[in-house]
Design a protein around this ligand. Structure first.
Ligand code: GLN
Length: 486
């Protein structure tokens, strides 16, 4: 039962072959037995209450395709009832008085919340090792990182602790963990999914999206998740659309842009092999490969690591010991209280970014760093527009290597930043991107570790991306494989 897709679960629930309560209990049980540290907060009573509500809705035929299906939320979305920590000591005991719009929409659809998922502190990281609550283990190989920052979301899907999860992507945090855990995830066009109640990291980049087993499941989830929200000032005023509408279209004549810069010397041979095999599979499905160039790819790292910390330094100023969360227990005066609270509440990486952010925004450096980064950000977006005159979608690797070992890059923040090379530019341009399982590579110790194929679409091209991913998943079975014991 725990291996079924959302579509299959939906059919069973609505045919009353299983109840929402039975399904929720089954997953709660799996969560309880898991050693991955993927979940930070569960509350059986609340979950079963929601499941009973869903069963009542099913009994009176008041259903959506998602009614009664369990979901878990990255702990960056605020939730009434479950604590919302953003993986930080600063918010260790914080409970929100309201639900994020995304959570509200899934509740309205009748989904059942299983709990909250571990992540890097304030979504800053690529390995989930920056969580105050400890790292998540990769279910394919417990010595490996699950990726980050949405490591809990990806690991929980891979281990079938939940059939659906939310995640957020600022510079790759949906695609990279999905890739390293062998599951499917989509980061929509910036502005598609409301950021209201999503604890802010870098507001011009942050975007929520789903992680699940298949592209079809992601489409179903995105249907509930996307939509205009007046409470988010950068939410796009677009009509609701059905992201499943193109799933079954054929790919004959599809032009796939293959960026030269994504296949350079930094790419591990095993990852390249899996990605090239996926491209060949697409050719068999009728697509044509087009050689393209995204010349500013390399600059996306310095640009992102100026802009994201700049925005973070501003967003995180609200954690001052007065309005939210942790407050130092002893202090001399107000300014001492701020200092101690922030020194105690934030972890190393968050502090590093606040310092960098404050620096690049300061008088004298603003023009040299922040403004310059903004200009290059625009050029990066233009590169994509030039590429999309030659192709319909862009494909390449998500991550230059398979999951590395826990602890390997712990003392080397720059090594972590460099691993984001293939995901950052999409985020800087605000484009939609996906990761789809496409094979396995060798880990450090010869373990099988998943590889993801990245799909990048033009603005509002989610339905097309999901179609392109779904067709691949009809022809291959990488997305159906499961880690041993799951
Ligand atoms: N790895 C990137 C970072 O550390 C991206 C994180 C994210 O997308 N939230 O900032």
């Amino acid at each position: 039962m725990h291996t079924k897709t959302l579509k299959e679960l939906s059919a069973m629930l609505h045919a009353k072959d299983i109840s929402a309560t039975e399904l929720a209990s089954l997953f709660l049980n799996r969560i309880q037995r898991s050693d991955l540290n993927a979940f930070l907060h569960v509350d059986e009573r609340l979950t079963l209450q929601q499941a009973a509500d869903a069963d009542r809705r099913i009994a009176r035929d008041d259903v959506t395709p998602l009614t009664g299906i369990p979901i878990a939320h990255k702990d960056i979305f605020v939730t009434q009832g479950w604590r919302s920590t953003a993986g930080s000591k600063m918010l260790e005991n914080y409970t929100s008085p309201f639900d994020a719009t995304v959570v509200e929409q899934f509740n309205a659809a009748g989904m059942v919340t299983l709990g909250k998922l571990n992540c890097d502190e304030f979504a800053m990281g690529s390995s989930n090792e920056n969580s105050y609550f400890g790292p998540v283990k990769n279910p394919w190989d417990r010595r490996a990182i699950p990726g980050g920052s949405s490591g809990g979301s990806a690991a929980a899907i891979a281990a079938r602790l939940t059939p659906a999860a939310t995640a957020t992507d600022t510079g790759g945090s949906i695609r990279q963990p999905a890739s390293l855990c062998g599951v499917t995830g989509i980061k929509p066009t910036y502005g598609r999914v409301s950021r209201f109640g999503m604890i802010a990291f870098a507001s011009s980049l942050d975007q929520g999206g789903p992680i699940a087993k298949t592209a079809e499941d992601c489409a179903l989830l995105l249907n509930a998740m996307a939509g205009f929200d007046a409470r988010d000032s950068t939410s796009l005023e677009r009509h609701k659309e059905d992201f499943t509408r193109e799933l079954n279209s054929g790919l004959h004549g599809l032009r796939i842009g293959v960026p030269r810069e994504f296949f350079g010397p930094g790419l591990a041979a095993d990852v390249e092999q899996a990605v090239r095999a996926a491209l060949r599979e697409y050719e068999k499905l009728g697509a044509r490969l087009v050689d393209i160039s995204l010349p500013k790819t390399e600059l996306s790292i310095p640009v992102y690591y100026v802009i994201a910390p700049a925005e973070a330094s501003s967003n995180l100023s609200r954690f001052d010991g007065v309005r939210y969360g942790h407050r130092a227990s002893e202090y001399k005066d107000l300014s001492d209280m701020y200092k101690k609270t922030r020194a105690e509440g934030f972890g190393e990486e968050v502090k590093r970014r606040i310092l960098v952010g404050a620096y690049v925004l300061s008088h004298g450096y603003y023009d040299a760093y922040y403004l310059q980064a903004q200009k290059i950000r625009r050029l990066i977006a233009q590169d994509f527009q030039a590429a999309f005159t030659q192709c319909d979608v862009i494909m390449g690797p998500v991550s230059p290597t398979v999951a590395w070992d826990l602890g390997d890059k712990l003392d080397d923040p720059v090594a972590n930043y460099l691993a984001d090379i293939f995901t950052l530019s999409t985020s800087l341009a605000g484009l939609p991107g996906m990761s789809v399982p496409c094979g396995f590579g060798q880990g450090e110790k010869n373990a099988q570790r998943p590889v993801g194929l990245q799909l990048i679409g033009n603005y509002f091209g989610e339905a097309k991306l999901l179609n392109v991913a779904h067709q691949y998943q009809q022809a291959t079975n990488w997305h159906l494989l499961q880690p041993a014991g799951a």
